[in-house]
Ligand binder design. Structure first.
Ligand code: 5GP
Length: 125
């Protein structure tokens, strides 16, 4: 089993970044790549990932250079703008670590939009 702090070069988003598997790219710049989630949970469900090798938001926010941080978060907004969801709004989700149910160990932000998403993801505890 991989050390949790070691980036897994075989994770699915690493393969997408290398071009080993297709993703249906909808946006790319020097800092970020965006593509539709394969199992959409809203009418619009886009994943935005940084180009660098970061396991989670905690890892990205701690280690990425300022230019990469700024470039990535600006790309998230640009993807939402280009998807046409800026006016009606959207939800950003970033699962980080085991309790969050993060499945893919390459930092990513989900953009969910395209209809009323409700107040929260599930009923209150
Ligand atoms: P997480 O649970 O890690 O926050 O989200 C990972 C997301 O990646 C899930 O919503 C899942 O549907 C999506 N996903 C997993 N494998 C693939 C894939 O091969 N292609 C795409 N486009 N999305 C994937």
């Amino acid at each position: 089993m991989k050390n949790a702090l070691e980036y897994d070069e075989q994770n699915i988003f690493a393969k997408i970044l290398r071009g080993d598997i297709p993703c249906g790219k909808i946006y790319e710049d020097e800092h970020a790549l965006a593509f539709p989630d394969i199992r959409p949970q809203a009418p619009v469900h886009i994943l935005v990932i940084p180009k660098g090798k970061y396991i989670s938001a905690a890892d990205f926010n701690a280690r990425a250079p300022a230019e990469a941080l700024t470039g990535f978060y600006r790309a998230v907004s640009e993807v939402a703008r280009q998807a046409g969801v800026e006016q009606n709004g959207y939800r950003l989700i970033c699962n980080t670590g085991p309790d969050s149910h993060q499945e893919v160990p390459h930092f990513h932000v989900h953009i969910l939009a395209g209809g009323k998403l409700g107040r929260m993801l599930g009923p209150p505890l």
